[in-house]
Design a protein around this ligand. Structure first.
Ligand code: NAD
Length: 270
């Protein structure tokens, strides 16, 4: 199956090229970098630390999209919205790993999912998606007896905060506990904050070095505390998930099914 990767020169893009190289079904067939990037014109494999794959990096998906079976995009919200426009025009299923979308972007994604199968997941790691399920189970069991806090750490290059994964954890907590994330979230604390309100969902963000991604949801009670922690040790965990999402979205397309799916759908955890 022919795959286009958008954001191919990025950290995730290069990891995708490496794992696609050994995939039995999916094949890298188009590689798209930012217009003006020094990667344009280079071989995608060579950039990812492999030998030549024979796929030259281009600066637009527009000419390549028609020949593809699906598109995987790990880039920026702006670039992903352009990918979506091209996929809509050409009925191409798409896997989106990019994070940091605005609400209008998400509205556009939702309406595009009326015409295309789309997998959108802020974290494609299988174990993180299992953690989402565990957070839901813990929140259901512990309810309003505990304080809930989400703590995340990422590398110094990350441009959005809290991470999409942390926000998703907050959404799961809010849904399960019957709270409103917009009203109840507290992003960091400083100064005379007063005592903590039970319904608060707290977020703490750490940025530094080359931390790939760490998330903890803390359920802090009177005499005990439960912490659910996931630590990514390599980007390959996200890529493995993205490739499973790619197979899933291609299958949906083949069955002429459309919709906005996430990794809970891909992994059958819903
Ligand atoms: P990165 O900055 O290393 O890579 C992003 C790449 O996109 C850059 O090379 C940039 O030049 C490129 N780009 C920008 N505009 C483009 C355009 N118009 N066309 C093609 N490419 C364009 O970032 P990264 O660490 O690879 O992460 C990329 C995105 O994926 C971020 O939003 C990040 O938060 C997200 N992410 C998601 C997961 C997940 O599992 N869903 C995991 C890791 C990162």
């Amino acid at each position: 199956m022919k795959v286009a990767v958008v954001g191919v020169a990025g950290r995730m893009g290069r990891a995708l090229v490496r794992l696609l190289d050994t995939h039995p079904i999916l094949e890298l067939s188009a590689a798209v970098a930012r217009p003006g990037s020094s990667a344009v014109g280079r071989d995608a494999g060579e950039l990812a630390g492999l030998t030549d794959t024979g796929v030259s990096i281009v600066d637009s998906l527009a000419d390549a999209v028609q020949a593809m079976d699906l598109v995987i995009d790990f880039s920026t919200p702006e670039a992903t919205m352009e990918t979506l426009r091209l996929c809509l025009a050409d009925s191409q299923p798409v896997v989106i790993g990019t994070t940091g979308f605005t609400q209008p972007d998400l509205d556009t994604l939702n309406s595009a999912a009326g015409q295309l199968p789309i997998v959108l997941a802020p974290n494609m790691s299988v174990a993180v998606n299992l953690t989402f399920k565990l957070v839901e189970i813990a929140a259901k069991a512990l309810g309003d007896e505990v304080d809930v806090e989400v703590i995340e750490a990422h590398h110094r290059h990350k441009v959005d905060a809290p991470s999409g994964t942390a926000v998703r954890m907050g959404e799961i907590l809010a849904d399960t506990l019957g709270r409103n994330l917009e009203q109840d979230a507290v992003y960091g604390r400083q100064g005379q904050t007063g005592p903590r309100e039970r319904k608060t969902i707290g977020f703490s963000t750490i940025r530094g070095g080359e931390i790939i991604g760490e998330h903890t949801v803390m359920f802090a009670g009177a005499g005990e505390r439960l912490e659910l922690t996931h630590r990514a040790q390599s980007r390959d965990s996200f890529v493995e998930g993205a490739l499973r999402a790619a197979m899933f979205v291609a299958d949906k397309h083949e069955q002429k099914q459309v919709g906005l799916f996430d990794m809970q759908d891909v992994l059958g955890l819903r």
